[in-house]
Design a protein around this ligand. Structure first.
Ligand code: ZN
Length: 165
């Protein structure tokens, strides 16, 4: 296959992948999450590189499957998904667009640059509903292991916080 055909195929793959979303947060695509590392096409063979958000996060197996299904459905059969573990994913890789969508969805986006300390729930988290910073951790694990349950003291609503790591 020619170089031009490879480039064309790559563009199609990138387009298909825009519709692959996090199974736990369906408003976020894998691009928004920063999980999608690279797409390479060589002689008609597609390789999609992803970095898991969380080792042991069951959503990642789902995402691999979702990618394979989406590509197969688009007639792109000669593809494989490669998992890249290093450098490790951090919530800082989430795009601005991703953070905005997350907030609209009612989940507090991860604090930029917070790194691993958020695993211990020590972040300053703004309420995604009213924007108040007067919030507190209720439970280390929310609706999924990647999220913590917080409560806003201002509007009294509980909300999910996408934990940084
Ligand atoms: Zn609030």
């Amino acid at each position: 296959m020619s170089m031009g055909a490879d480039l064309e195929l790559r563009a199609r793959v990138v387009e298909v992948l825009q519709d692959v979303v996090d199974p736990e947060i369906p408003v976020l695509s894998i691009g928004d999450l920063g999980v999608l590392r690279d797409v390479t096409v060589r002689d008609g063979t597609v390789e999609v590189a992803i970095t898991p958000t969380y080792s042991g996060c069951p959503a990642m197996d789902m995402i691999t499957l979702e990618i394979e299904i989406a590509l197969a459905r688009s007639g792109i059969g000669n593809a494989r998904v490669r998992t890249v573990l290093s450098p490790a994913w951090t919530t800082d890789w989430m795009t601005e667009e991703g953070r905005r969508k997350l907030k609209e969805y009612g989940v507090a986006p991860p604090v930029v640059g917070a790194g691993r300390r958020a695993l211990f729930g020590k972040d300053e988290v703004d309420c995604p509903r009213c924007g108040s910073g007067d919030t507190g951790l209720i439970a280390e694990f929310g609706s999924t292991s990647c999220k913590a349950l917080w409560r806003c003291h201002s509007c009294r609503e509980p909300f999910d916080y996408f934990k940084c790591h």
